[in-house]
Design a protein around this ligand. Structure first.
Ligand code: ASP
Length: 335
């Protein structure tokens, strides 16, 4: 994009959803407090060369954001005029930010960039990080081309939505892109890009109907009890994502039920290590990844379990047809 084209678009919208960034101490515990106006009041004092619109979407802990909220949010962003907007900042709780940002990457049908941010410290904290994170998110948008990229910005670091993970409960630097590396860093008020924006993923249109798309994420543990898994499969989920052992392994006692389930529904193999890809042709023992893939389970590739569950759920909401093949195509393009 040329500088002239960029200058023609002079608006950024900040959409507030809630989270710690908007929480205050109340009767000894943090709870949602600041609405959009109060949260963003500090921006009055900052000279920023864009018009900032505020939209208060909700004010909840991120554990209480739902799929219907997420779809409404994506539709709202899609409806914004791309000739006016440089980008959108979404503020929300950090607990589910890695899932919602990835979902926006799949759902928002727009070339407007989206920077999702939050805070590790509440608005009551003497050194709250919320305002700094919002400013960094604005700076990312000011310095990046509109390709429909979705990033998570916290602690001056910029992460591609599809790679970012929350890896600590309370540290300011709680987010990591692992081996993929940072998308960039906000340095001296500008974006220093370390990596290019990843190739956009194919967008998914979904209706708000989530009834046929129950997907359970299940970590597999040492000597996991097969009867428990049998009960879960009987309940009739539309899909199952396993955070399996190591590079894609399970105890062999689970094989009959997993094979049975994989005949009916997509059963995705991810790793509970949450780092590195599932192997395909390394371990040949019963319950090893070669055995599981041969029994009809599908590889989650590099996707951590929570992102595989998000992708599978949105794919099933889009259409139950060919969900295994379509899931595998996304996995190939993920990295
Ligand atoms: N601890 C969370 C946060 O960082 C709470 C939430 O996700 O809403 O915002």
């Amino acid at each position: 994009m040329t500088q002239n084209m960029k200058n023609a678009r002079r608006r950024i919208q900040i959409i507030t959803l809630g989270g710690t960034i908007a929480m205050r101490n109340h009767q000894g515990g943090l709870s949602p407090a600041l609405g959009g106006d109060a949260l963003l009041d500090f921006l009055k004092e900052i000279d920023f060369p864009f018009q900032i619109d505020k939209v208060e979407f909700s004010n909840v802990a991120s554990a209480n954001i739902t799929f219907s909220d997420l779809i409404r949010l994506a539709q709202h962003i899609t409806s914004l005029n791309r000739d006016d907007y440089v980008g959108v900042v979404v503020t929300q709780g950090t607990d589910t930010i890695e899932e919602t940002a990835f979902a926006l990457e799949l759902l928002a049908q727009s070339t407007i960039n989206i920077a999702v941010t939050g805070a590790m410290r509440s608005a009551s904290h003497r050194s709250a990080d919320g305002p700094a994170n919002i400013i960094s998110a604005l700076r990312f948008l000011a310095d990046s081309d509109g390709t429909g990229e979705v990033v998570v910005v916290l602690d001056d670091t910029v992460h591609s939505a599809r790679y970012v993970r929350k890896t600590h409960t309370t540290k300011l630097s709680a987010f990591s892109s692992g081996e993929f590396g940072l998308r960039g860093r906000i340095h001296e008020e500008r974006l220093k890009a370390y990596n290019k924006a990843p190739t956009p993923l194919e967008k998914l249109s979904v209706s708000g109907d989530i009834s046929g798309a129950n997907v359970l994420l299940l970590p597999i543990c040492f000597d996991q009890e097969a009867p428990l898994l049998e009960h879960i499969v009987k309940i009739g989920p539309a899909g199952l994502v396993l955070e399996s052992l190591g590079a894609g392994h399970v105890p062999q006692t689970l094989l009959p039920i997993l094979e049975k389930a994989a005949r009916k529904i997509p059963v995705v193999l991810c790793s509970r290590t949450n780092q590195g890809p599932i192997c395909e042709h390394t371990y040949g023992y019963p319950g090893g990844e070669m055995d599981l893939l041969a029994r009809g389970l599908i590889s989650g590739g590099w996707l951590p379990g929570i992102k595989a569950r998000m992708l599978l759920k949105l794919l099933l909401m889009n259409s139950p047809v060919d969900s295994k093949t379509r899931f595998s195509a996304y996995v190939r393009n993920f990295f």
